[in-house]
Write a protein that binds this ligand. Sequence first.
Ligand code: AMP
Ligand code: MG
Length: 356
Amino acid sequence: MTRRIFVDSHSPALDALLEAAECLRSGGLVAFPTETVYGLGGNALDGRAVQRIFEAKGRPANDPLIVHLPSADALPMVVKTIPTIVSTLAEHFWPGPLTLILPRGDNVPLSVTAGLDTVAVRVPSHPVAQALLRVSRLAIAAPSANRFGGVSPTTAEHVLRDLEGRIEIVLDGGATPIGVESTVLDITSPIPRILRPGGVSREALEAVLGQVELVERKASREEAQASPGLLDKHYAPHHARLILLEISDPGELWKEFAHHVSQTRQKGLRAGALIADEDLPYLEARFPELPRLALGSLNDLGSIARNLYAGMRAMDEAGIDVLLVRDFGTSGIGLAIRDRLYRAASQIIRRAENGA
Ligand code: AMP
Ligand code: MG
């Protein structure tokens, strides 16, 4: 049985934190909200607890975990040396959704880092995560609190649906404010590299660091189209086939959209859509009965990110077979949204700007 403990997301009660901290200290697993998504936490310096994290998630051992700390002052707990750029980055982005790849301290079990000599570290800003780190005085290894390959959880209900009975406690602090994972930044190369776009935008990093490289996803869109199996599929709905419509011209977009709706229906399957608020009038007029969720306004990509994973899960649970998703661009957190959509997509339909 997993114990669900409700906490105030701004100021969690001390007795709840003490219970969760005691559980972690004795090798148990505690899921908790961070500003990005819910984390599945265990004592990062306890090899058995780390092993249990991998088992609970069904995560392959070659996929390293992020270690969470209460502040940059705690870095010596888990890293060997601290590159000078870290203090600048910490000043600007910690606590917050930025993960740094740093030299692994000798006391960090190799299971945490999948055998690497580097360790991924971040200082979360969510009051519940912060309080748990401070009360437990532990470095907490915490991947997203979902079964491997699925959609990350942004509520405690999502966590329980995936991990009920596999973890001791979930601290329920409501929905997570950012809704997509942290930005993973490698600062060991001459030009810092974004390994995974996330809650801290590329623009914000460039304002502080100058040039920042973006590591392209393994399978390109074109490759993915040629052979969907090539795509590094992750963060994906269980049942629904996700089709991303990366088409900026509205006329082209809705033509393609209508084509896929009718094709899906002809096969006797259920189509659904994840769209923007601005798309609603069109859908009301053309497809009044199509199951759909508007994730937020195109002028507020933060709301799209916040609602994205819950939207994918809801469509899955509604029995949607083919989920059509519009593109939201790449500015700010849009880059992270597109990355997650690429990973979730079975098919990406792409049209260049000039109809080429
Ligand atoms: P998750 O905790 O599920 O959000 O995923 C953690 C992410 O951090 C994955 O994309 C890992 O590949 C990445 N990561 C963790 N540790 C390292 C590391 N030492 N070097 C490079 N990437 C890492
Ligand atoms: Mg994950």
